[in-house]
Each structure stands twice: as C-alpha cells, then as structure tokens.
Design a protein around this ligand. Structure first.
Ligand code: VGL
Ligand code: ZN
Length: 210
C-alpha cells in the first residue's frame, strides 16, 4: 500500500454523498454532486475512509408524508424534540439511497447506515436524534485506534455538522473540510451550524490545507 499522509490514528468520514442529496434527487442540496471528485482526491490521503448513508425505512418519522397536513421543511414536536420534516429521501434500498455514482467507494473500510429506526431520525453518524441510541461508530473508531476525524459531504448544516459535533463529544480531534461539503441552508441553518461547530471545538479548513 502506498504511504498515506494520514495513517491508522486518522479517519476521513464521508457523510451522505447519496443520490437523494444530489441534483435530481428528492432532497437535492445545491451543488451536492460537486463534492464527489474532491472527496475522491482526499480519500487517497487516508488509510481509514468511512462512508455514511442516510438509510430510512419507508414511512420514516422525518418524512413530511408521514404527518397528516404537514409539508417538507416544516417542523413537528416529537418525543425527542423538534424535528424538521423532509421530502421522502434515502429510502433503504432505493436508488436515492445509493452513493452518487461519481463517489469512489472501493477503498472504504466501513459503511455506517443511520436513520434506520422508523421513529427516530439521525443526522449524526454517531448518536441518533434521541441523543441516546448510538450507531456504534465511536466504538468502531476507538477500536481501530482512531484519534482524529476529518469530515466532508452532505449536508454541511445537518448531517456533517451533527456528526462533527458528536465526533468532538466522543473525544476525537475533529476537522471539517469546508469546500468538500455543501449545505441545505434553511432559516439560517448554515451560519448556526458553523457557530455550533466552532463552539464544540471543531476545526474548519479547506481541502488545500488537508
Ligand atoms: C440530511 C436532512 C435529512 C443530511 C439527512 O444528510 O444532511 N439532511 N436527512
Ligand atoms: Zn434523512
């Protein structure tokens, strides 16, 4: 194996680069497909590449279609707190849940699926929206000896931000590669997400600084 700049104690976490979040998808993030070539390039630097997939059962609680009279981007109160409602997206096994075809996936050592429980969403790749159920990712990374995590993918202000904040909470030194992410940006969500990431001690950098 060629020498990697980032070895066994580092991981690149590639968040939700899936068809549903790319142009033409059900919950398209502007420019979502543009991150794939950049992430492919970054991946060459890392011994450990982990991919996540948003992976919802049909009728998932985060879908507006599961709540009578509600529309996408409105909010409902659920037992675990407020939940933004989305168009149906990333239904397990559907084409929207597949990785974007331009994303190289062969080198990934681990694929984490999240949002798999019908009644709990999970923006975070680490802990579900009930803030209690774990995906097991922190345990895997710890078992591999990972200490530092770099994040890229979709969407900056939802799954990337929540995953980065939870990576910090799990004790990892955490970096977000800003130009290898794209945002949904509803109701000021992008500015707020960067503020929360900064407060959590997440470091922000560009791909040419990785
Ligand atoms: C995401 C909204 C709903 C994301 C996932 O990947 O950022 N956003 N589900
Ligand atoms: Zn989702």
């Amino acid at each position: 194996m060629p020498l990697k700049r980032y070895g066994a104690d580092c991981a690149l976490l590639v968040v939700d680069v899936q068809n549903s979040f790319c142009p033409g998808g059900e919950l398209a993030v502007p420019g979502g497909d543009e991150v794939a070539p950049l992430i492919n390039h970054l991946s060459l630097l890392f011994e450990n590449v982990v991919l996540t997939q948003d992976w919802h059962p049909a009728g998932h609680i985060s879908f507006a279609s599961s709540h009578a009279g509600m529309r996408p981007f409105q909010s409902v109160d659920l037992p675990y707190g407020p939940q933004t409602l989305w168009p149906d997206h990333c239904v397990a096994g559907s084409p929207g849940a597949d990785f974007h075809p331009e994303l190289e996936t062969a080198h990934a050592r681990l694929i984490v699926r999240k949002g798999i429980h019908a009644k709990v969403d999970s923006y975070s790749a680490f802990v579900e929206a009930d803030r209690a159920t774990t995906t097991g990712l922190a345990g895997c990374l710890n078992a591999l000896g990972v200490k530092k995590v770099w994040l890229a993918g979709l969407a900056t202000d939802f799954c990337v931000a929540w995953s980065a904040i939870d990576a910090r909470a799990a004790g990892f030194e955490t970096f977000v590669v800003e130009d290898a992410c794209r945002a949904i940006d509803i109701n000021g969500s992008l500015i707020e997400a960067w503020a929360q990431m900064r407060q959590a001690g997440v470091k922000r950098l560009r791909s040419d600084e990785v």
